[in-house]
Unconditional design. Structure first.
Length: 73
């Protein structure tokens, strides 16, 4: 199983814009397994991340809500 690695600094997330990756959700409502997303944008403050999910929905999430798992080829 792939180790889940938290991205703490917004600069780390900014380097991943446009890339396919696996993320897992933090907190009480964990996703059943890591989900593939594409990071579309990081807010100027670095507090919010905008992902597009497999169902085509894009939404803003608070940084820290998701844990980065791995970048996909």
């Amino acid at each position: 199983m792939t180790e889940i690695v938290p991205c703490r600094e917004w600069e780390e997330w900014e380097k991943l814009i446009g890339k396919r990756m696996l993320v897992d959700r933090r907190g009480v409502h964990w996703l059943r397994s890591p989900v593939e997303v594409i990071l579309l944008e990081v807010s100027p403050s670095g507090k919010y991340l905008k992902f597009i999910f497999p169902n085509g929905v894009s939404s803003w999430s608070i940084r820290g809500e998701y844990l980065f798992v791995e970048v996909l080829p």
